[in-house]
Design a protein around this ligand. Structure first.
Ligand SMILES: [Zn+2]
Ligand SMILES: [Zn+2]
Length: 348
């Protein structure tokens, strides 16, 4: 099968022919229809973040496709089923899993990081991991649900205690930020978005942002933000994870506020511990999502409470994945859909 392999940082992915994975008795082989790119993929390529699995590694964790083969003991799926493969995977047996904290699982794994991901024609996956993709949903929507939507749900409803009437600021108007914006709005709060591109902030306005700020167009982001928000924020969610945004976030947060770190990176925190102490700031990390939350997302989609069409800005076949990565790197794309089995053959 064709796969895009990551060997080492600072090099493009290599498109190679590799063996189709052999499945065990409780595994599925899934033909990947769409696998969208994410800024955390770029962390490995551009910033030297070391993946959990020793390379070569197949990147990609936003996956939807069709079951094409099942192991001898698989009972819950059959060949031809359409599936979403969640971006993270938990064991289901440890104490964390049993107490509904699956993202804190002892054997927590991220696809396209700890195990091979979806930038390939096929992926092997444990049959306990995928979820049915409803027939009325496109594969692209499945890819969005697998990571951005469900991850955003986890941030807003599981990890951060956001109260009605509060002010929430989100750094980054990418797919993840736009997803968090829409979940946060369900909590009846005011949401402000910060980015460096007006076209992305326009989408944020369309998706319900109460205000937006282009931090490249102001002298001091913190001051402009406090102005825009009419005070300091109760909650700031950073989806970028760089020194600049973390510092700006810290400066625009009220005493007793919550700083949420969700931009996957290997940077250090750029402020003194005493600032957290003296201002009683809560620092909250968040990763992945329990897969059962996908059903909550589907309910929101059913009720027409989530928008996404404007987020999908680009589509490319697997052969052009490096072109896609470059567009994302240059911030010219929000969601880049990669079609590992070709774009013509994949109907919707
Ligand atoms: Zn991601
Ligand atoms: Zn577990």
């Amino acid at each position: 099968m064709k796969a895009a392999l990551f060997y080492r940082a600072y090099e493009p992915l290599k498109i190679e022919d590799v063996a189709i994975p052999k499945i065990g008795e409780k595994d599925l082989l899934v033909s990947v229809k769409t696998c969208s790119l994410c800024h955390s993929d770029i962390q490995f390529i551009d910033h030297g973040l070391a993946p959990g699995k020793t390379p070569p590694l197949i990147l990609g964790h936003e996956i939807a496709g069709d079951v094409t083969k099942i192991g001898s003991r698989v009972k819950n799926f059959k060949i031809g089923d359409r599936v979403i493969i969640p971006a993270s995977k938990s064991c289901g047996k440890c104490l964390a899993c049993k107490s509904w904290n699956e993202t804190q699982c002892d054997q927590f794994q991220l696809l396209g990081n700890d195990i091979d991901g979806g930038l390939a024609e096929y992926i092997k996956i444990d049959c306990n991991s995928p979820i049915f993709l409803p027939y009325e949903y496109s594969y692209e929507l499945g890819s969005l649900i697998s990571n951005d939507f469900v991850g955003a749900y986890h941030v807003v409803f599981d990890r951060v205690n956001i109260h009605e009437g509060e002010t929430v600021v989100i750094f980054g108007s990418g797919a993840y930020g736009l997803s968090i914006l829409q979940m946060a709005k369900m909590k009846k709060v005011k949401v402000y978005m910060v980015d460096i591109f007006d076209w992305k902030l326009e989408i944020a306005k369309k998706y319900g942002a109460d205000g937006v700020l282009n931090s490249n167009k102001v002298n001091v982001c913190e001051e402009a933000l406090i102005d825009e928000v009419h005070g300091k924020a109760d909650v700031i969610i950073d989806t970028i994870g760089v020194t600049r945004t973390l510092t700006q976030a810290m400066n625009a947060l009220r005493k007793g506020g919550k700083l949420v770190l969700s931009g996957f990176s290997e940077n250090s925190i750029p402020f003194l511990v005493k600032r957290l102490i003296l201002n009683e700031i809560s620092l909250i990390g968040t990763i992945g999502a329990p897969k059962r939350k996908i059903f909550n997302i589907m309910q929101y989609i059913q009720d027409d409470r989530i928008q996404w069409k404007e987020m999908i800005t680009n589509r490319l076949p697997l052969e052009k994945v490096n072109e896609g990565i470059n567009l994302l790197r240059m911030q010219q794309s929000i969601k880049m859909m990669i079609y590992p089995n070709g774009m013509e053959k994949t109907t919707k």
